[in-house]
Write a protein that binds this ligand. Structure first.
Ligand SMILES: [Mg+2]
Length: 276
């Protein structure tokens, strides 16, 4: 049964008597839709900035660096500081850094991906190489190369650990869906018999790494998302207060088909900004 927020009179969201201190939010369908800011999103972000709230905007997209994404969001009408953006590429780099530090594995990675991934791995201290890598790291790219996929397959068969930034099978483009990381991962799995470890949503690892980044604790952190099957389930499993907004993928009539519920359901973030 869904947990109810404690009734409150002040302008804050409460959970079991504790005020929500930190916010994680999905990007597409919550803050932006087809490169247009969703009404209320700009004001919400501004409110968080003005009140020095700790928050991160999360995306499974591993193509762009936070700086690129901040520029794209600005073009959509949203001012999000780049340090408030957390991508699956950053989460993957953090995960791999932890793996290297807590085991005796090396820090050599063969990557298929764009600047979002290569920059994150480089900044996490990885050596990007096509010779004898410890990890094969697959991210989103618009220019999949058969040669690169062949190289990834051979490295995995030779013992490199297979990691993917996100499970999404397709991604959007203006002309229609395009094959994405999950589809290419499936091809590599078929060729190697190895499944990747996937860091992005719905793996709660994405939220745990984001919370570490802003020193947040699950009891006082909320997750805002537009998808029951990714944002809400993963937020719930990470122990967060979950807020479903109906401005994206999941529609109100679909909620009943899921065996779990979010803590709050709102039409859009415009309804949230009056509460915080
Ligand atoms: Mg979304």
């Amino acid at each position: 049964m869904a947990e109810e927020s404690t009734p409150h009179t002040s302008a804050s969201v409460y959970r079991n008597g504790h005020e929500i201190e930190c916010w994680l939010t999905d990007m597409d369908g919550v803050l932006v839709h087809e490169n247009q800011a969703i009404p209320g999103a700009a004001e919400l972000i501004q409110r968080w900035v003005d009140t020095s709230k700790r928050f991160l905007v999360l995306t499974n997209n591993s193509i762009f660096t936070p700086r690129d994404l901040a520029a794209r969001l600005r073009a959509s009408g949203l001012e999000v500081p780049e340090e408030n953006i957390w991508t699956s590429a950053l989460a993957t780099a953090q995960f791999l850094k932890d793996q290297v530090q807590s085991s005796d594995s090396g820090n050599r990675a063969y990557t298929i991906g764009e600047a979002g991934l290569t920059t994150a791995l480089h900044e996490a201290g990885f050596i990007l190489t096509d010779t004898d890598p410890d990890f094969v790291v697959l991210g989103e790219t618009r220019t999949y190369s058969f040669e690169a996929i062949t190289m990834a397959v051979r490295h995995i068969l030779a013992g490199a650990r297979f990691i993917a930034t996100n499970p999404d099978a397709t991604g959007p483009s203006k002309d229609g869906p395009m094959p994405a990381t999950g589809a290419i991962a499936a091809m590599i799995t078929k060729a190697t018999g190895r499944e990747p470890y996937i860091v992005g949503k719905p793996n709660p690892m994405m939220f745990r790494s984001a919370m570490n980044q802003i020193d947040a604790h699950s009891e006082t952190t909320a997750m805002i998302g537009d998808r029951m099957d990714t944002d809400i389930v993963a937020g719930m499993e990470a122990g967060l207060h979950t807020v479903l907004v109906l401005s994206g993928i999941t529609q109100r009539e679909e909620i009943v088909s899921f065996p779990f519920r979010p803590n709050q359901i709102l039409n859009s973030v415009a309804d949230l900004k009056s509460q915080i």
